[in-house]
Write a protein of this length. Structure first.
Length: 243
């Protein structure tokens, strides 16, 4: 992601910036961080790296920036919260410079198909597996504070916009973007974590450390063994605004 981020740049949905600090700690060139509830979220005293230079509040329907303001905009698991794609993409198109980059990661089309609970049930009954998949896509998750994966709440809902790469290409073209690059990452292990998380995974040193060690090893192996779209839990998408 970092290779497409250059100033002036913007992270939308920066939250308390832990993810930003982790991904871009070596670059330190993110101009703005934007979050809907910025006053509630952000506390710079706990930042390990000062990656984002300025923080602002804003909504998807009216970002507080002038047109053609940014060379790059990026989002980490934000598009899967958004249902109003028409408003969203038009606003992103407005604030990006011609030729600028929109970089984001999100769930893959098949992330819920990879859930162990879905795969194991499919050996017995396809209908049982489908019912479990549908239930998991819409039910409340106790680890996330009882927030449904899909709901009418714009901020809390997640698991939206599960598109194939071809569907993302079509969506980008519709709003004036070319999809120029994509990368699949985290496969069945990520789906296992999703199922564990749903069942009330409690973060502690005895549970969290092995999980993240396993994820780290998975990511290392994926650098030499490319995941297929059907086997990927997540995808990075790089769009470029048409000149």
């Amino acid at each position: 992601m970092g290779s497409f981020i250059s100033e002036p740049s913007l992270e939308i949905g920066c939250g308390s910036c832990e993810t930003t600090n982790m991904i871009f700690r070596d670059k330190k060139n993110v101009t703005f961080g934007c979050e809907y509830f910025m006053n509630n979220f952000h506390n710079t005293s706990g930042e390990m790296y000062r990656v984002i230079h300025h923080y602002v509040g804003g909504s998807i329907s009216s970002l507080p920036f002038s047109s053609n303001a940014f060379q790059s905009v990026y989002m980490v698991h934000i598009i899967d919260h958004i249902s109003l794609l028409d408003i969203w993409f038009k606003e992103l198109y407005r604030i990006l410079k011609p030729g600028g980059f929109l970089v984001m990661d999100t769930y893959s089309k098949y992330v819920f198909d990879l859930l162990p609970g879905v795969r194991y049930r499919s050996f017995i009954s396809k209908k049982w597996a489908l019912n479990y998949k549908t239930w998991r896509e819409t039910t409340e998750n106790p680890y996330r504070g009882g927030i449904p994966l899909k709901s009418d709440n714009e901020y809390y809902a997640t698991g939206r916009n599960l598109f194939t790469i071809e569907e993302w290409k079509e969506t980008g073209e519709k709003y004036g973007f070319h999809l120029i690059e994509h990368h699949f990452f985290t496969g069945k292990l990520f789906a296992l974590f999703m199922d564990l998380e749903y069942r009330g995974y409690y973060p502690s040193i005895t549970s969290t450390l092995p999980i993240y060690m396993a994820i780290d090893e998975t990511i290392k192996s994926e650098k030499t063994s490319t995941l297929s779209e059907e086997d990927a839990g997540n995808v990075i998408l790089v769009f470029q605004k048409k000149c």
